[in-house]
Design a protein around this ligand. Sequence first.
Ligand code: PGA
Length: 262
Amino acid sequence: MAKNIHSPLVVGNWKMNPSTLADARKLFLDTRKEIGRKKLNTQVIVAPPFPFMSELQKLSPSQRIMIASQNVHFKKNGAHTGEVSLPMLQSVGVSAVIVGHSERRMSGESDEEVSKKIETVLKTKTTIIVCIGETKRDNHGNYFGVIEKQLHSALSVVPKPKLSQVVIAYEPVWAIGTGATATPEDVHEMKLFIQKIIALKYGKTYMNKVRILYGGSVKKENAQQLLDISEVNGFLVGGASLKSKEFAKIINIADAYAKRTL
Ligand code: PGA
C-alpha cells in the first residue's frame, strides 16, 4: 500500500457508526468531496463497520480513499460465529486491517490474539495497523513498560522483510474519545521510545521503516502541533472522522506538512 513510507497516513476509524448504509454512503461521499481532486501526498483510509465495506469500496474505484477493517479473525474460515476472516475482507477490497484497538482489548483481546492476527495478515500484502497504548499515566514512567510489552508481543511475529507492512498506532487509552490529548512532547517521546525498541530488535536502519501514528482525540486544532512537534507519520482519528469537513481538514494539514517536509 505504501507509496512512500514517509508520506503521512490518516486513518478514520468510524467504530460502530453510522447507523445505516445510507448514512455511511453519505459520510463517505461527503468526505470524498471535501478532500477534493487535488493530488495528495497523504494516504487516506477509512475503517467503516463490516456491513458497509463492500458498498463504500465501490465509491472509490481509484482507491483515493482506501478501506480498512476494524478487526479480523486469525483463521481463514470455520466455526467462529460472529467473526470475519482476512480472505473475506480481501474479497471486498479491504487494503488494511486494524488490530488491537483498545476498545477490543478492553473486551478481552489479548496480546497473544493480536500477534496471531498480525501473523495471519502478514502472509498477505494487506497493511496491518497495530494499536498500542497505556490506560493511564503515572509519575514513575511505568506506562513505558506497558508499551514495551505490547510492542514486543506484536513484533515477535514480524520478520525484518515484513516490517514495512506494519503501522504502529500509539493511542493512549485515556485520550481516546475523551477530548484529552497527550501533549505533542509526550507523543514525541513515545515515538522515540517505539523507534528505539524497533532499532534494538531489527537494527537501526529499520527504525524508519515503520510508520508511527498517533490516535486519541485528534482534531483539526491539534493536528498541526502533533505533526510538527511529535513528528508522527499520521493519525488514527475516531470521532473527528465522522465529520467530513473536520476529517478533510486534518488530511489537508497532514498533506501540507508532507509537501513541506518530504
Ligand atoms: P478518538 O478515537 O479520535 O475519538 O479519540 C481514536 C481511536 O479510538 O482510534
